[in-house]
Design a protein around this ligand. Structure first.
Ligand SMILES: Nc1nc2c(ncn2[C@@H]2O[C@H](COP(=O)(O)OP(=O)(O)OP(=O)(O)O)[C@@H](O)[C@H]2O)c(=O)[nH]1
Ligand SMILES: [Mg+2]
Length: 338
């Protein structure tokens, strides 16, 4: 898990060249302060945490779907500007865990809450307040760092429905700020970033300017396949499906248009785990039509990402009870590396 920025030496304590001579005519210009820290994105499933992460970074890092419990492990999104470096941590949605998978998902949330310098709690403006929201607030009451309430999806609610939400929440928890946002449309994200940068600790960068995420290519490929599956399935299928990338082979292929030259080709073999044979049948579809469609969509997105042709082979396999198998969970999580 990420170390807190606090564990790193503060920027102002960084070695100063002691004997550096300055021309007496020039006045010392104070060095701009650089802020670095971790921000945990938390909330109930489906509130838009991953959509927000992608919007803040201006590129897709985390997969998104309209099914709950899409994100299963924490994913870092690193945003570096002249003023600072904010490491956003996208987390699984907060829910009562039933399986070992879900307990692990919640452990990611707890670790992130413990190691972050600020927390953003996302709520869905279209959803009524319920027990699930009380449960989230109960967990956040144990947090020591500032908590921001982000009322998300304001693009699809009436303006006059936002004030009652603010009224309810401000009496329930001492939020640092309450900000209505739309992760999808980008509304108020600049305001949010401004507030967050201000309260980040003064510290040097933890990641290089080029680093955007902590994911391996392998994990990203598995997630892209899972995203395409989630878009096509309903009921229990989203919860019982996992993707494991068995092999990634990078090759050079003869380029028929340019004799004597080659072009890159990546071959990816992936297993899709489900829990029962009827899940397998649904996912394969009539004459293999569904898994074929999923394969086409995933292949296109992965090819766009790597910038060259890929082959993607998907095998649907039954792994009974994988959600309670530490071995399978280790395997799937292990793809993330780190
Ligand atoms: N209209 C609207 N839809 C949004 C907004 N943000 C997210 N969504 C939609 O809400 C759904 C859930 O989005 P995700 O980003 O996957 O939500 P999440 O909180 O990461 O969900 P989990 O990973 O399951 O916890 C998707 O269908 C998004 O398109 C928003 O600002 N406006
Ligand atoms: Mg998510």
């Amino acid at each position: 898990m990420p170390k807190t920025a606090k564990e790193k030496p503060a920027a102002k304590k960084a070695a100063k060249p002691a004997a550096k001579k300055r021309s007496p005519a020039k006045k010392a210009v104070p060095k701009p302060v650089f802020k670095t820290g971790y921000v945990a994105l938390v909330g109930r499933p489906n509130t838009g945490k991953s959509t927000l992460l992608n919007a803040l970074l201006g590129q897709k890092v985390a997969i998104v779907s309209d099914k709950p419990q899409t994100t299963r492990v924490s994913i870092l999104g690193i945003k570096t500007t002249e003023k600072g470096q904010i490491v956003f941590v996208d987390n699984p949605g907060i829910h009562k865990p039933l399986h070992t998978l879900n307990k692990r998902m919640m452990n990611f949330v707890y670790s992130s809450l413990e190691t972050s310098d600020a927390v953003c709690l996302l709520i869905d403006a279209t959803e009524k307040f319920g027990h699930g929201d009380e449960y989230v607030l109960e967990i956040l009451r144990r947090v020591k760092t500032p908590v921001f309430l982000l009322i998300n999806k304001v693009d699809i609610v009436r303006k006059d429905s936002i004030l009652p939400i603010i009224d309810r929440y401000k009496d329930l928890f001492p939020f640092r700020e309450i900000i209505p946002i739309s992760a999808l449309k980008g509304t108020n994200l600049d305001v949010l970033e401004g507030f967050l940068t201000e309260i980040m600790p003064e510290a040097p960068k933890l990641y290089s300017d080029e680093e955007i995420s902590d994911q391996t290519e392998r994990f990203l490929f598995a997630e892209i396949v899972r995203e395409k599956i989630l878009a096509h399935v309903t009921e229990e299928l989203p919860f019982v499906t996992a993707v494991y990338i068995e092999t990634i082979e990078k090759k050079e292929q003869a380029d028929w248009n340019k004799p004597g030259e080659t072009r890159p080709l990546t071959l990816i073999r992936a297993s899709v785990f489900v829990e029962k044979d009827n899940h397998r049948k649904i996912l394969i579809g009539r004459h293999g039509s569904l898994i074929k469609q999923i394969g086409i969509e995933a292949r296109q997105e992965i090819a766009e990402y790597v910038g060259h042709k890929i082959y993607l082979e998907l095998q649907v396999r039954v792994r009974e009870g994988w959600r309670d198998s530490e071995d399978v969970l280790d395997l799937i999580e292990g793809q993330k590396g780190g």
